[in-house]
Design a protein around this ligand. Structure first.
Ligand code: 9MR
Length: 350
């Protein structure tokens, strides 16, 4: 049951009991006065508001407190990737993913599971030798089946294939594409569906927020997959944005065209980086981007929710990958909310 409903129900029960006992209903009134969380605000729109997290961060109790409070959807940033879950061929290790699923359950949060088929963060045993198509197909099927079965009934969705296209809309020449051809995507979706018929199955990528060659490639692929009856439920728009490249103003239209194909959409890895140092002006602009992307999702019926790629600059992946850039998330390194946090509240509060 969603947390808001649990809380409201509890508040109602408490209030009724107090009224029956002839006591003033202060606690219930306070529960309603408490500032609603991002998750509670999103829930009013039938959406979720999520954050990625990663196992090493979970020892930081100030961090986990906010993670458990503000969000109702969690994505493991690394713990369910191939290198973590099948470090040796046929030897599975679910400990990292399990830790995050357990924490999410304790906090009444759902899980967007990430990710089954990707070209990155693969174990050495997989990348250091040549495979025939038949061998690699068997390896892929076994991995997907084992992982999706393990988390069956425990996760809301799977990013089944991650980052399959180049910027120009051609297929990325990954180990999967080069060895198996483009059919690996439909196969992966079918195998995942067999292993957990209830999980929502997504394709997920970055730089597809605006209408353009890369998002067009997903549009055509999604159309084809749907026409062939392949079990595809949604497209994940990662939304790793950067102030210096401009806001993707066609985002809402783009989400809508996928909705018209009968697909869910979600903003799955949102962050808005900037060139450091962060100034008040840049943080204010960043806030308008967070507001606008949230509004775009709320404006499109089948956009089911927004996930930030962790919520605090303390644990952002950006500085390590883009030197001189950062400050990309709604909370700063001290876990203080930034203007972007207020902007999210404003967008969700309408
Ligand atoms: O957040 C992840 C970071 O900790 C890893 O070092 C990185 C390795 O590539 O992957 C990050 O997450 C990526 C996600 O899985 C897919 N989209 C891009 C994300 C940022 O690189």
């Amino acid at each position: 049951m969603p947390r808001t409903i649990v809380r409201l129900k509890l508040a109602g029960v408490v209030a009724a009991a107090l009224v029956a006992a002839g006591v003033a209903t202060g606690p219930a009134a306070q529960a309603h006065d408490r500032t609603p969380t991002l998750a509670e605000l999103a829930h009013r729109h039938g959406r979720y508001f999520g954050s990625a997290t990663d196992n090493p961060e979970l020892t930081d109790s100030a961090y986990t407190k906010i993670l458990g409070r503000e969000f109702d959807m969690i994505t493991p940033g690394n713990g369910m990737k191939w290198y973590a879950t099948e470090p040796q061929q046929g030897v599975f290790d679910w400990s990292k993913g399990d830790e995050i699923v357990k924490l999410a359950r304790a906090n009444h949060q759902r899980v967007r599971a990430h990710t089954l088929v990707w070209h990155s963060q693969l174990p050495d045993w997989l990348t250091s030798r040549e495979w025939t198509a038949a061998q690699l197909r068997a390896v892929l099927k076994k991995h997907i089946t084992a992982e999706v079965r393990h988390y069956r009934g425990k996760v809301y969705s799977w990013d089944v294939v991650n980052e399959a296209f180049n910027e120009d809309g051609t297929y990325r020449e990954t180990i999967w594409y080069k060895t198996l051809g483009p059919g690996y995507i439909a196969d992966a979706l079918r195998w995942a569906h067999q292993a957990d018929p209830h999980a929502k199955l997504y394709l997920n990528d970055y730089n597809i927020e605006a209408v353009g060659p890369k998002s067009d490639a997903y549009y055509k692929l999604a159309q084809n997959l749907r026409a062939q009856g392949v079990p595809l439920d949604g497209i994940g728009f990662q939304a790793h944005l950067a102030l210096q490249y401009g806001y993707p103003s066609t985002l809402e239209d783009n989400l809508r065209r996928f909705a018209r194909l009968g697909l869910d959409t979600a903003l799955t890895e949102v962050d808005v980086r900037m060139q450091l140092p962060a100034t008040d002006a840049k943080l204010a602009e960043q806030a308008t981007w967070y507001r606008d992307l949230t509004r775009a999702c709320l404006a499109v019926r089948r956009c089911v929710g927004v996930t930030v790629w962790d919520y605090t600059d303390r644990y952002s992946w950006i500085p390590a990958v883009f030197p001189g850039e950062g400050a990309a998330l709604p909370w700063d390194e001290q876990l203080e909310p930034k203007p972007a946090y207020s902007a999210l509240r404003e967008a969700l509060g309408r």
